[in-house]
Design a protein around this ligand. Structure first.
Ligand SMILES: [Zn+2]
Length: 343
């Protein structure tokens, strides 16, 4: 059995230690330990209490103490050494972290990925569709080049970070008893939702290898009014029969349920959609991606309200200062739609 690397401390120093182990490619063996456990998981990494660690230490390969307070760090090292009687190496790494991460004492201008809880010097730029005319002429929210797109630690993207932020701050999906249907699931968000043990979680995709269930969104195999939350990020722009899809997700949604939805939006024009546009190149030039069947425009709200939904739009720029948007690596004018049935 693989021995675990225990990082004691879930604060800045502990998280920096994990960042370093991630660079070495061994972060999958890490577990966090903390005196008082507040969250059972940080990103993908389990958090155990001191007591749990001591009572089940057979799998432990090494303990790395990564906390800011030097006296406490030394006390813990003595404590662990006496408990493990030198059978397991116990190393204080706080000085190492302090020496190697100059910005650590003051993270005011550093970046933070909420998907993996990493403090970062910077995000990485990226672009999915490349350098096409459409992106030069028009600003499309959630598409084209973005300076703060990828997290260097978990490879999660800016859109997923905003979705997670909204789910955490504006829904009770991580704490309530709820049935969730998640289309085209993003791994990091899916895992976070499944860590809510009260949640009945179903993921779906037209391709079974991408999710737990093969689901055709225009013909969903669940009963009426079953789900509290239905999540579909960057799904609708791929669906030819939009009206059937929306009717189906409304059908399987509870009367009190919420649909959480996003897609690329171009506010410079109305929705672009032409059933005669079917070649990869034409779709790329007109919609921005070869497998998109439309590009939503400034009529998107009316379009979805007409299906019987009330909609609230969540944009980072309406909720936080520019410096925080930069820190979290969100798209400033990103738009996440929270939709409810009009009853
Ligand atoms: Zn990340």
């Amino acid at each position: 059995m693989d021995k675990k690397i225990v990082v004691f401390g879930t604060g800045q120093f502990g998280r920096k230690a994990v960042e370093y182990l991630r660079v070495l490619g061994i972060s999958d063996k890490v577990i966090f330990c903390e005196t008082n456990v507040k969250e059972k998981r940080i990103g993908k990494i389990p958090v155990v209490s001191l007591l749990e660690l001591i009572s089940g230490y057979a799998d432990i390969g090494i303990v790395l103490i990564a906390i800011k307070d030097k006296k406490e760090s030394e006390r813990l090292r003595s404590y662990f050494s006496s408990v493990f009687i030198d059978r397991i190496p116990v190393i204080e790494i706080s000085d190492f972290i302090r020496d190697n991460y100059g910005k650590l004492e003051n993270d005011g201008d550093s970046h933070y990925c909420n998907l993996c809880n990493s403090y970062l010097d910077e995000f990485q730029p990226g672009s999915i569709a490349g350098d096409i005319e459409l992106f030069k002429k028009h600003h499309i929210v959630g598409a084209g080049y973005r300076r703060n797109m990828y997290c260097p630690a978990c490879k999660g993207d800016d859109r997923s970070r905003w979705v997670l932020y909204c789910l955490s701050n504006y829904t009770d999906i991580f704490s309530s008893h709820c049935n969730v249907l998640h289309f085209a699931p993003e791994d990091n968000i899916s895992q976070r939702i499944q860590s809510n043990s009260y949640c009945d979680y179903y993921s779906g995709d037209i391709l079974i290898e991408r999710a737990m269930h093969k689901i055709d969104i225009t013909n969903i195999q669940f009963k009426d009014g079953f789900f509290d939350y239905i999540i579909l990020n960057h799904v609708m722009e791929h669906i030819v029969n939009e009206s059937e899809a929306v009717r189906e997700i409304i059908r399987v949604l509870k009367p009190s349920g919420t649909i959480i939805m996003s897609f690329p939006i171009c506010l410079d024009m109305v929705t672009q959609e032409d059933e005669n546009v079917i070649s990869d190149n034409d779709r790329l030039q007109l919609y921005g991606q070869v497998d998109h069947v439309r590009l939503y425009g400034n009529d998107f709200l009316t379009r979805f309200k007409n299906y019987g939904l009330s909609i609230e739009v969540y944009s980072p720029t309406n909720f936080m200062a520019d410096q925080d948007i930069e820190k979290y690596g969100f798209i400033k004018d990103d738009m996440l739609l929270m939709c409810r049935k009009v009853i």
